[in-house]
Design a protein around this ligand. Structure first.
Ligand SMILES: Nc1ncnc2c1ncn2[C@@H]1O[C@H](COP(=O)(O)OP(=O)(O)OP(=O)(O)O)[C@@H](O)[C@H]1O
Length: 293
């Protein structure tokens, strides 16, 4: 097992949290902390020796080819998957299912057309686990929170319709609202931009980044396409076939680093503010980071 780190959590001090570290002399506690973490299914090692701190307000993009363990990492943080070895904390405690400190946007699944649950009901589920009283005042406060989240994703015009009648992109915007409505301290996003048009990709990713900065949430954003979020990304975790790199986009998204990860020559070029990644034969498929905004 090869352990490769471009930069560990100390890279954060130089980049994202540089000014904060200078102002206060100390960094805020991480909202996600992994130490020497290993996840393997039988002989197949997804990652090993993973040390990672995600700080409040940080936007971490999680990249890698199909099957490299991106979703599995989110499942570990959700308390749905045990590490083989190592330690993981979310908001200062071991992960547990149903934690209200986590907002989760799952990988998109088709919704049954006959599903009659309304969009606002789905968004309201994001508040379950919070302490809402039964009285009218609390019901109003809850409805106001749901309304604000629905407005933030521009879903007002269809949020009261049955989910089964909505398009994939409309459903996805409501899932984003559900994830942010409870002001979570960790936002886990599993390819949240799929099925969104470019304009809503920009809006939704900015909304997630805003949530990070304003509510001090740490974001883990799984994506095959870094370009739509590149301006928002503080650091990248890149997983490939049991190896990984953590660092700023410049530290990770370069030819030398990706060639070492994939074990074959990879070209990385900046074209008009976009990253274009090309090269590599089977089994490496780095092409997934190509594309435009
Ligand atoms: N419970 C499990 N038991 C055995 N293997 C599993 C289990 N869960 C996931 N895997 C395997 O682990 C690998 C990593 O899966 P994961 O879904 O984390 O990958 P990913 O990087 O998110 O992929 P994709 O980009 O395709 O969504 C896959 O090969 C998957 O088949």
């Amino acid at each position: 097992m090869q352990r490769e780190h471009v930069a560990d959590s100390t890279g954060l001090r130089r980049n994202w949290a540089g000014s904060l570290a200078e102002d206060t002399g100390s960094e805020p506690d991480p909202v996600v902390r992994l130490r020497d973490a290993r996840l393997a299914y039988g002989p197949r090692v997804l990652w090993d020796g993973l040390d990672l701190d995600v700080r409040p307000g940080e936007f971490l993009a999680v990249l890698g080819p199909n099957g490299s363990g991106k979703t599995s990492l989110l499942r570990v943080l959700l308390g749905l998957q045990q590490l083989n070895t190592g330690k993981v904390d979310v908001a200062g405690a071991p992960p547990r299912r149903g934690s209200s400190t986590i907002g989760y946007i799952p990988q998109q699944r088709a919704v049954d057309e006959t599903l009659t649950v309304r969009g606002t009901d789905l968004v309201g589920l994001g508040l379950d686990g919070h302490h809402w009283g039964l009285g009218l005042r609390h019901r109003r406060a809850r409805a106001r929170k749901v309304g604000e989240a629905v407005a933030a994703v521009e879903a007002d015009s269809y949020a009261s319709m049955p989910l089964g009648l909505l398009s994939g992109g409309e459903q996805q915007r409501l899932r984003v609202a559900q994830a942010i409505v409870g002001d979570p301290s960790v936002l886990l996003c599993d390819e949240p931009l799929l099925s969104l048009d470019p304009s809503h990709q920009r809006k939704v990713s900015s909304l997630i980044a805003e949530q990070a900065k304003s509510a001090g949430a740490g974001v883990l954003f799984v994506t095959h396409e870094i370009n739509p979020v590149l301006p928002l990304v503080d650091r990248v975790l890149y997983l490939v076939d049991g190896k990984f790199r953590v660092g700023t986009p410049d530290e990770v998204m370069n030819s030398e680093t990706l060639s070492a990860l994939y074990g074959t020559h990879i070209d990385v070029a900046q074209v008009g503010g976009r990253l274009v990644v090309a090269g590599g034969d089977e089994p490496a498929h780095p092409h997934h980071v190509e594309g435009g905004r």
